[in-house]
Design a protein around this ligand. Structure first.
Ligand code: FES
Ligand code: FES
Length: 154
């Protein structure tokens, strides 16, 4: 199946079976290896990208379900002030340990902050359902709050 998708702002021509998970199109067809494979069953969040600004897990989402009108953003293509604040907060708090889950964590956090620049603890618990084997959950929370504060202070 041939189709076009808008990925990181550019139209890409894809030639893949319609039931190929988007994750493998990103990684194997387009070389965007920042998006990771963890569980393959939509449970861990390592494969999270943004689709029209919403955090979306890609490991079991067939590429045939997406279309050219949607904006698909991977960790390689994150733009803007929100991502800058998230990156800075992640670095200053040394959030990443082995780093494997962190692309998905950052995509999920950035999507949440774009829609909700001042998330409560409850909001963070609700949105940050990504799994981290290194146990970075508390550092992720601290970094999200720091990024939120920076965004609110402009
Ligand atoms: S690899 Fe997609 S949710 Fe775990
Ligand atoms: S930093 Fe190692 S799995 Fe999360």
């Amino acid at each position: 199946m041939k189709k076009k998708l808008k990925i990181n702002g550019e139209i890409q021509e894809i030639d893949a079976d319609a039931d190929t998970p988007l994750l493998w199109v990103l990684r194997d067809h387009l070389g965007l290896t920042g998006t990771k494979y963890g569980c393959g069953v939509m449970a861990c969040g390592a494969c999270t990208v943004m689709v029209d600004g919403r955090a979306t897990r890609t490991c079991a989402m067939p590429v045939g379900a997406f279309n050219e009108q949607q904006d698909i953003t991977t960790i390689e293509g994150l733009p803007g002030a929100t991502h800058h604040a998230v990156q800075k907060a992640w670095a200053e708090n040394s959030v990443a340990q082995c780093g494997y889950c962190q692309s998905g964590m950052i995509m999920t956090a950035t999507a949440m902050l774009q829609n909700n620049p001042a998330p409560s603890d409850t909001d963070i618990d609700k949105h940050m359902t990504n799994i981290c084997r290194c146990g970075t959950y508390q550092l992720v929370r601290v970094a999200i709050k720091q990024a939120a504060k920076e965004l609110q202070n402009g």
